[in-house]
Structure formats: structure tokens, C-alpha cells
Design a protein around this ligand. Structure first.
Ligand code: PMP
Length: 373
């Protein structure tokens, strides 16, 4: 008998269903990371660290933002982010996960309705689980499903605030949300639109502002820009009307009761944001995406139009075998299984970053042909 028998049995069950996870070392050419612009290990961010250290920016914040942890570097980042994304205000979190949990558990109130896209990220689900509002799933990327859910709720006597929760670019499918249609529905129902731009920030929109750039500054739009993906470091910026920032500072438990992010990282995120205004990295990435779509589509990869190119195999075991074979051949391609994706849609999630070349993509295509034959 061990006190962890239940946990051990759970792991055995996961293994029997080809769903047990392990932490694999980083190895092979990068077709797995979210370091889309190749900034993570760049001289640009290294220089930002050196510059910040020279300016006396500390590594640790020393406490919650509400106590001693609030540093000028956080404030400068938030001011610059609000200006860049065209929002009334911004608030910096230590991760996108923490930001989504804080947003969804804090903003919607008892008596409100949250309608969320069926494919939103686990962190949004976590926030909704903690929320007192009722949450209803809408069919992926179907604006009418959102409209119908809010209409039905009002019809049944719902009088609170409606919230629409989507990603602008879905993390496992690489497809775009119909943001204009969703924004129109939000207007019609006086709903708030919460848009997770995690995978679009830095890659799409004017200077990499994301797909919601055209909606910036609206009084009913809140965007989340994570900093661990195209921006190359970590953290997340919630951007929206000033009241959202003020409310999260006062009521967001994950913000209040947590050590503030490293001021050094805030300085690095500032440099990452500044880097977005230069188009070269983004142009290069889009050229690689075009090349990859053409090279990989014949092997069954979905040409999503973005840097996230899924190859849906369906079967969990087959997916993991294919991923292992590609890894053996020197390509870091990871298999993604349920519950991260819906049952029966296990896939290779191929992501295109500046860490690879067109030659790498061509050799991956050839290897895919062999592995899937
Ligand atoms: N939202 C989406 C859509 C994501 O894909 C992720 C990360 N996988 C997150 C939020 C969480 O962000 P972070 O990694 O900064 O915690």
C-alpha cells in the first residue's frame, strides 16, 4: 500500500490508453515551439537583459505588485503595451495561464453568462470553473451558436452581463476566429468580447498587434497577449478599458496574492514589443509559412493559413508513433492527444518558426512521406 496508489493507477490507465505524458528533452529541429519569431534565444533579447541589468533592474520583484513588488519596469511595460495595442490600460501577469484564470474567474459575476468557443484553452476553462457565472460552450467558430446561446439565455430570463470568450488563432488547429461577426454579436447583445491572442500576437495584424487590432479601444473588448510565444520570453498582457485593469488589481486573486513577475522579464517584454515594429522577422515567418503549407499539404497537413499546421491522424497510438519516428530522424515534432484536443483528433502539431529554414521544411516533408507511408 502506498498513499499514492490512486495516482499510480491513474498513470497506468493513461499508459494503457497511450495518453501517458513524459517530459522529453529538447532535441532536433524545432517544429514544436511557439517561438515563432525566433526571439527566445536572440541577441536582441540578450541585449535587453544586459541593458536592464546595467540600468539596475532587479531579477526578483520581492513581493506582490500590491506591496513592494511593483516596479517601474512593470509600469513602463504596461504603459507601452496599452499604447501599442490601442487599449485604455494594460496589466502584466506572470503567465497567460494565470491571466486567463484571473480574467474569467474575476470579471464575470454571479447571474452572468459566459459563452465560450468549444476549443478555447485549458486556462480559460480553469477560470470559468472558478467563476460564479454560468458557462456554455458554443460550436467552434460558429457565430450563430454564440448568438443563439445568448438569445436563449435572455429568453429564459437571464438579466446579467453576457461574455463571449474566444481565441483569435486557435492553438491546436491554427485557424482564425470570425472576430468581426463575433464583435457584431457582442454589440447586439451588449456583451463583452474576451479575445485570447496568444498565438496571433507578433505574427498577425498591423506590426504584429494581433487579429483584434481593428477592435482595439472598444469599450467591450478585452484582449490577452501572451509573451512566451512570438514575444520570446514569458508573461501576459491583459489589454482593455481602464476599469478592467483597476478591477483585476482589486479583485483578481491570482494577481493580488502572487509575487509580481520578474522586473527583468518585464524589461525583456518591453524589448520584444519594440522589436515587433520591424517587419523583417514577421515577413520571413510568413514566407516560411507559405513554403511549409505547399510542402506539407501533400502529406495531409491542414493548410491553416497560419504558423500552426496540424496533421490530424485521429488515433492516439499512431500519432505518438509518428511523432517518435520523426524525432528519431531529428525533427522535434510533438504528438498532441486528448484531452488537449477532442477525442479522435490526435495530431502532429507542426509549428513554423524562424528557428528552421526552407531546407528543414523540405526534409521534414520528405520524412513525413516515409513515416506515414
Ligand atoms: N492561451 C492560449 C491560447 C495558449 O495556447 C496558452 C499556452 N499554451 C495560454 C493561453 C497560456 O499562456 P502561458 O503559456 O503564457 O501560460
Amino acid at each position: 500500500m502506498s498513499p499514492f496508489d490512486a495516482q499510480a493507477q491513474d498513470l497506468v490507465n493513461l499508459a494503457a490508453r497511450d495518453r501517458r505524458r513524459t517530459l522529453a528533452p529538447r532535441h532536433g529541429r524545432d517544429f514544436a515551439s511557439n517561438d515563432y519569431l525566433g526571439l527566445a534565444a536572440s541577441g536582441l533579447l540578450e541585449a535587453a537583459v544586459r541593458d536592464a541589468l546595467d540600468r539596475g533592474v532587479p531579477v526578483g520583484s520581492g513581493g506582490s505588485r500590491l506591496l513592494r513588488g511593483n516596479h517601474d519596469e512593470h509600469v513602463a511595460l504596461e504603459t507601452e503595451a496599452a499604447a501599442f495595442f490601442g487599449a485604455g490600460a494594460a496589466l502584466f501577469f506572470s503567465s497567460g495561464y494565470a491571466a486567463n484564470v484571473a480574467l474569467l474567474s474575476t470579471l464575470p459575476q454571479r447571474g452572468d453568462l459566459i459563452v465560450f468557443d468549444a476549443l478555447v484553452h485549458a486556462s480559460a476553462h480553469e477560470g470559468m470553473r472558478l467563476s460564479r457565472a454560468v458557462a456554455k460552450a458554443a460550436v467552434h467558430n460558429d457565430p450563430e451558436a454564440f448568438d443563439a446561446a445568448i438569445t436563449a439565455w435572455r429568453h429564459d430570463g437571464g438579466t446579467g452581463q453576457a461574455w463571449i470568450v474566444v481565441e483569435s488563432l486557435y492553438s491546436m488547429d491554427g485557424d482564425r476566429a470570425p472576430l468581426d461577426a463575433l464583435a457584431a454579436i457582442a454589440e447586439r447583445h451588449d456583451a463583452v468580447l474576451l479575445i485570447d491572442e496568444a498565438h496571433a500576437t507578433g505574427v498577425f495584424g498591423r506590426d504584429g498587434r494581433g487579429f483584434a487590432d481593428g477592435l482595439a479601444g472598444r469599450g467591450n473588448v478585452v484582449t490577452l497577449h501572451t509573451c512566451g510565444k512570438a514575444l520570446g520570453s514569458e508573461g501576459a498582457l491583459v489589454c482593455g478599458p481602464a476599469i478592467v485593469r483597476d478591477f483585476l488589481v482589486n479583485r483578481g486573486r491570482g494577481f493580488i496574492y502572487s509575487t509580481a513577475p520578474s522586473p527583468l522579464i518585464a524589461a525583456v517584454v518591453r524589448a520584444g514589443l519594440r522589436a515587433l515594429t520591424a517587419p523583417e522577422r514577421r515577413d520571413h515567418l510568413h514566407a516560411l509559412i507559405d513554403h511549409a503549407q505547399q510542402a506539407l499539404a501533400p502529406h495531409g497537413v491542414t493548410p491553416s493559413g497560419s504558423q500552426i499546421l496540424p496533421l490530424i491522424l485521429g488515433d492516439d497510438a499512431r500519432t505518438m508513433r509518428a511523432a517518435a519516428a520523426l524525432q528519431q530522424a531529428g525533427f522535434d515534432v510533438r504528438g498532441i492527444r486528448p484531452p488537449t484536443v477532442p477525442d479522435g483528433t490526435s495530431r502532429l502539431r507542426i509549428s513554423i518558426t524562424l528557428n528552421v529554414t526552407t531546407d528543414d521544411i523540405d526534409t521534414l516533408a520528405a520524412e513525413l512521406g516515409r513515416v506515414l507511408a
